[in-house]
Design a binder for this molecule. Structure first.
Ligand code: ZN
Length: 284
């Protein structure tokens, strides 16, 4: 909850978390064309952009996944951690997005018949395919964060969910799990930090070219719009990256605030000479 999280005032309203999810490290987006740079019209700085194709680019997929974890984190700071989370699996390595979606709709209807306030946010992950019984196949699974179901009803929730999910998804009841989001382990903050590290492992990301939606949430899961939360999450991650670069939180905040109003334009460059420029790899 918010008491453990230092906040910095945000000039645009809202707040930036100084503590939180670690921004993804790495060499940046490999799909950004060598002959294109983004020009900062105020400073003249040229930087690489990123392709934002989350299903084709490992780096951009990690950035999007980390933003999602930050959204969940910010939401948990605002309204507290969800009480329970579900791990839903399938024996089938084939991703059929329509089937997954329909099965979750059936689960939602069944759970709402019992707990009318049920809301969820879900994230897709893939197994590595390294396990001894995996046959080398990577199987998708869902992490589902649950609001509106009392934690003491965890066993009953398992029963309701497994009855609907398992016959539709070729899944075994005992493989479906319901966990408490334990506040003594940092609650949702601890869980999202763990997930964000998980998501940064290429081995558990969806295979490149996978077509699916990695994150879904019912309308009532968040207090604010997802667009607003995602915007705030991006600012928080940007600020944290600057703190790491500059080693000073106040300076980082000043730099982040100044950057909010900067204008950028796309420029062609000669790849053979662009290396002489400042080798900044930034996500503009
Ligand atoms: Zn990319």
């Amino acid at each position: 909850m918010a008491e453990a999280r230092p906040l910095a005032a945000c000039p645009g309203g809202g707040s930036w978390s100084v503590e939180g999810i670690v921004p993804p490290a790495g060499p940046g987006c490999a799909r950004w064309p060598e002959e294109l740079r983004l020009l900062n019209l105020a400073s003249g700085e040229l930087v690489r952009g990123r392709c934002r194709a989350t299903n084709l680019c490992g780096y951009c997929a990690r950035v999007a996944a980390v933003e999602t974890c930050e959204v969940l984190w910010l939401d948990a700071c605002e309204q507290g951690s969800p009480g329970l989370w579900l791990l839903l699996t399938t024996a089938e390595p084939v991703w059929d997005g329509e089937r997954w979606k329909r099965s979750m709709e059936h689960v939602t209807r069944a759970v709402r018949r019992r707990w009318s306030g049920f809301e969820y946010a879900s994230l897709v992950e893939f197994t590595t395919g390294y396990g001894p019984r995996s046959g080398g196949l990577r199987r998708p699974h869902l992490n589902v964060f649950v609001r509106g179901v009392p934690v003491e009803d965890a066993d009953e929730l398992h029963e309701v969910v497994a009855d609907v999910w398992c016959p539709r998804m070729d899944a075994a009841s005992e493989q479906q799990r319901v966990y408490r989001v334990r506040e003594d382990r940092g609650g949702m903050r601890g869980l999202t930090r763990y997930l964000s590290l998980h998501f940064q492992k290429e081995s558990q990301a969806p295979p490149i070219g996978w077509r699916g939606q990695r994150f879904r949430a019912t309308r009532g899961y968040f207090l604010r719009s997802r667009a607003e939360l995602r915007c705030e999450a991006r600012r928080a991650l940007r600020l944290r990256r600057l703190i790491r670069e500059l080693g000073d939180a106040d300076l980082a905040e000043l730099r982040a605030t100044a950057a909010e109003g900067e204008a950028w334009a796309l420029r062609w460059v000669n790849p053979s000479t662009v290396g002489e420029l400042r080798p900044a790899v930034r996500n503009a």
